[in-house]
Ligand binder design. Structure first.
Ligand SMILES: C[S@@+](CC[C@H](N)C(=O)[O-])C[C@H]1O[C@@H](n2cnc3c(N)ncnc32)[C@H](O)[C@@H]1O
Length: 255
């Protein structure tokens, strides 16, 4: 049997399956199920309170996945999202689920003009870069596409110490000090940071939607190697967060 790249399994194959399941269940499942890295609405609200977008403003979602966070931002604020995502199935699924513009693109070389957007965010993506050089390139690109004084948001997973014993395959977690240095090098100014777990948990209806989609995914694709691999990846991240070896943060930035 061909081996499965964990990143492809989690962000491409399972993203497409998730979209299929959501389409069968109903519209109210779309946003919760499509927020794959950002988890809870309170973290998105916290970031949006710092971005302060106005209706019609252009916002780039970098590494947008299935597009749930961008759709949430549009619903809450009237912002006009454009999605950039590297995995082809995720791009197609996001466009189908939300009818928004999606560009297949690498976050280290975005196909957008300089200073085109007043707002951007990049949620749960930095640690999936191939290493520190790619992480620096992602942050430089985030800054480049922002207007002067434009605002951005990050959701990051950070290593509590220099080396993790058994990180999930394909992930590279910077420490807080390394991230601070990379932000400085990229010309991004941090204005606030918060621990998402200190923000309110998702409402019961949101959690119910995620549980229903997960249940359906397991029923339909439970034995498929891609789903097994994707679940192992997220299980390992959960373990690292619970043990304190990994911490997550939401961060408000200004160009
Ligand atoms: C953990 S998911 C988060 C998805 C979404 N931001 C969210 O919060 O729901 C990480 C996403 O980043 C994408 N990604 C990883 N590396 C990327 C790159 N170099 N360029 C563009 N997207 C990338 C993955 O394909 C995946 O969809």
């Amino acid at each position: 049997m061909a081996s499965i790249e964990p990143m492809d399994a989690e962000f491409d194959t399972v993203a497409e399956w998730t979209a299929k399941v959501v389409e069968g269940l109903g519209r109210q499942y779309r946003i919760p199920a499509a927020c794959r890295g950002s988890g809870r609405p309170s973290a998105l609200d916290w970031l949006l309170a710092g971005l302060t977008p106005r209706p019609g403003d252009l916002m780039i979602d970098i590494g947008a996945g299935l597009g749930g966070p961008a759709a949430y931002a549009a619903e809450q604020t009237g912002v006009r999202p454009v999605l950039a995502e590297s995995e082809s199935d995720a791009c197609r699924a996001a466009a189908r689920l939300f009818g928004v513009p999606v560009v297949r693109a690498d976050a280290t070389a975005l196909p957008f003009a300089d200073a085109v957007a007043s707002h951007a965010w990049c949620l749960g993506v930095l640690c999936t870069a191939s290493g520190p050089d790619a992480q620096r390139a992602m942050l430089r690109e985030l800054r480049r596409v922002l207007r002067p004084s434009g605002r951005a948001g990050l959701l990051v997973f950070l290593a509590a110490r220099d080396r993790l014993d058994n990180p999930p395959e394909g992930n590279h977690f910077p420490t807080r000090a390394q991230l601070t240095e990379m932000l400085h090098e990229a010309g991004l100014t941090e204005t606030a940071a918060a621990d998402p777990s200190s923000l309110p948990p998702p409402p019961a209806w949101w959690q119910g939607c995620i549980a229903a989609v997960d249940h359906e995914l397991r029923c339909r694709f439970g034995d498929a190697p891609a789903l097994v691999t994707a679940l192992e990846q997220s299980h390992r991240i959960g373990e690292l967060l619970r043990s304190g070896e990994l911490v997550s943060q939401v961060i408000r930035l200004r160009r």
